[in-house]
Design a protein around this ligand. Structure first.
Ligand code: AMP
Ligand code: GLY
Length: 424
């Protein structure tokens, strides 16, 4: 098969790495890709958001299957557009991607189908949102309804902070049209986990759980980022919790989406809070997590390409997913200053030394080559140094040894990725 992966981050590098290893993959392309992906696939300079450019490329090259990585193109309807012209694509339609694209839609689905999640209200009017906040008290969580690159969630410790959050989202329009509506919800306490299931419209196949580290600083301090590191498996998601998540959250969602006339196909990524009252859904994403995908791909034993195709074809009931028992851990190296302002174009060297240490893969996120062929940083999150090991602690040791072999004076990373699992 000729396969096109859409996106340019560490997630897409990991997907290309796994898909390129498939016996069924005859040619692999990535739009637009990055310097690491270019070592495995033919990168084509088409933006992930350029649906018409992608359709034209697929027709021209006779692409058989498209795998869409990021949420933006999914919510904008790239899968609908491809399927409309007869090109098979992995991922949800725009209607199904509303599970990520509209927090209000997701919460209403949970309410209708009895899926455990925080109590909430949806508001298009700032005054009504503020009355609700005053009635409920703090702590309380205020969220922009639409896509906001992970920044649209404000955890308010006081009523005043929550009221200011409403003004920030609806008045200042800090997230543009994503803030036309807000969801105000109950603050949940517990330990977070990311849970992934593959879905084909009717059948859901559990993948694995992972734990991300959203805060930029050691000890989970500082502002939130896209994710500074992850590991899998996540000990907090025991077999019993996995069963409960499937039965009470994932399966009712899949049935509910089908009943609503927008069957879900693709990866259902549940952001969970494991509370004293059991797992509750914080949010849905309708794609692989980044950097969670990196650890899932190195743990996956099954050939991924036929599995993704089965999800698209509605045939997951016949699929048996296999995993290595090993743990995996990824440390994200980011440009100094991220998630605030950072410099672009700084030079990274000695990557080959990192991979030399064994059981390590460096997935690229924001990288390119300059005219001289040197590797340069082009984004905030730049590298995902990924290691496997018998335990999370073992993988952690190998990942940091590899990080230390890389020469990038303008980069930094958290030094405590995996602390919860290692401490257990
Ligand atoms: P999101 O970007 O939607 O994943 O949300 C960012 C983070 O906000 C989550 O990873 C949680 O740590 C936190 N969060 C979201 N909703 C709640 C909630 N209802 N209670 C407590 N924390 C929350
Ligand atoms: N790592 C969290 C996300 O991909 O949304």
């Amino acid at each position: 098969m000729k396969v096109l992966v859409v996106g340019s981050g560490g997630r897409e590098h990991a997907l290309c790495w796994a898909i390129g290893a498939s016996s069924q993959c005859e040619a692999l392309y990535c739009a637009p890709g990055n310097a690491g992906i270019a070592e495995l696939a033919t990168c084509v300079p088409i933006a992930a958001e350029d649906a018409e450019g992608i359709v034209a490329f697929c027709r021209d090259r006779g692409i058989d299957f498209v795998v869409v990585g990021p949420e933006g193109p999914l919510v904008a309807g790239l899968v609908d557009r491809l399927e409309e012209v007869g090109i098979a694509a992995f991922g949800p339609t725009a209607a199904a991607a509303a599970l990520e694209g509209s927090k209000g839609f997701m919460k209403d689905l949970c309410a209708k189908y009895g899926i455990p999640t925080a109590a909430y209200g949806r508001f298009r009017d700032a005054t009504a949102a503020k009355d609700f906040i005053r009635a409920k008290g703090a702590p309380i969580v205020v969220k922009a309804d639409g896509l906001a690159a992970g920044k649209g969630v404000i955890i308010a410790r006081s009523v005043d902070e929550a009221l200011a959050a409403v003004d920030h989202i609806m008045g200042d329009r800090a997230f543009g049209a994503a803030g036309n509506e807000v969801v105000v919800e109950e603050f949940l306490e517990g330990e977070e986990a990311s849970f992934f299931a593959l879905v084909d419209g009717k059948t859901a196949l559990p993948m694995a759980a992972a734990q991300d580290h959203k805060a930029v600083g050691d000890g989970d301090t500082g502002p939130n980022t896209g994710g500074m590191g992850a590991y899998s498996p996540a000990p907090v998601v025991t077999d019993a919790i996995q069963r409960e998540v499937m039965e009470r959250i994932i399966i009712p969602t899949v049935r509910g989406m089908a009943a609503e006339g927008c069957p879900f196909k693709g990866v259902l990524f549940a952001g969970l809070m494991i509370t004293s009252d059991g797992p509750k859904l914080l949010e849905y994403n309708t794609r692989f997590g980044d950097p969670e995908c990196q650890v899932l791909m190195v743990r996956l034993k099954s050939d991924i390409l036929p599995v993704l195709l089965a999800a698209r074809d509605g045939e997951l009931a016949h699929v048996d997913l296999r995993w290595y028992d090993n743990a995996a851990l990824v440390v994200v190296m980011a440009a100094r200053g991220y998630p605030g302002d950072y410099r672009k174009g700084t030079v990274i060297s000695h990557l080959e030394r990192a991979a030399e240490t064994g059981e390590v893969i460096v997935f690229h996120a924001g990288t390119a080559r300059d005219e001289g062929g040197r590797l340069i940083a082009t984004g905030g999150r730049v590298l995902g140094v990924t290691a496997t090991g018998r335990t999370v602690a073992d993988a952690q040791r190998k990942a940091y040894a590899a990080v230390d072999a890389i020469d990038w004076p303008d980069g930094f990373c958290r030094r405590d990725i995996g602390w919860r699992a290692v401490g257990r």
